[in-house]
Design a protein around this ligand. Sequence first.
Ligand code: HEM
Length: 201
Amino acid sequence: MRLVYKFAIVTIAVISVLLVVAGCGSQSASPPPATEKVWTVSENPVTWKSDGLISDNEYTSHQKIGKVDVYSRVDGNTVIFGLVANTDGYLAIGIGAEQKMKGADILMCSMQDGQAVITEEYSAGPMGPHSPKDSGNVNISQISGSLQSGMMTIEVRRKMSPGGSQDKPLKIGENRLIWAIGDGLGHLHTSRGSGIVVLVR
Ligand code: HEM
């Protein structure tokens, strides 16, 4: 083979290797892990759809409290939540806890057979027990959820200031919530904590 052909073949081979190493080859770049995804929020949000998936500008506020991303928007006398956490067991938020879990008005969220299930619970003591409320699930509606790549997303509308004896109100501005994630309903949380969620009108 003439020298010029040999030189051309070697050059093409070297360039091909460099392109693959640099990520410009035929392999597509893998998407970022779902845990890194943060959606934008907006003062003028798009129409909310309870489809178990959060989209850009669907919410007006976002805070990460511990391991739970809390998206929210206020609609009349209701608050709409989009909750995201790395769990396939349960994720929960609790409103109005007085000491540890005591007095918390809890939304216990899980996915069962592809459907989001939320139970309103009330914690009688600082370490529980927390049981479904006497009044049942009366403060929530439009429940949806999804489980993708280990990330659970829950969307739900909740009354802002329900008046039952086991109900705790939310308000515009800062709200202290407790949160927990766990491997399965009825199991002690694998992580828990508290944080401030800011609701904006
Ligand atoms: C599923 C059943 C649950 C059991 C058996 C349980 C049990 C307990 C126990 C024994 C403690 C004290 C020990 C510790 O700090 O880890 C505790 C603390 C705590 N739990 Fe739970 N819990 C449950 C669900 C929840 C839920 C759903 C939430 C949130 C909505 C929650 C929030 C918390 C918080 C924030 C603390 C720490 C309080 C503090 O130290 O300030 N727990 N829980």
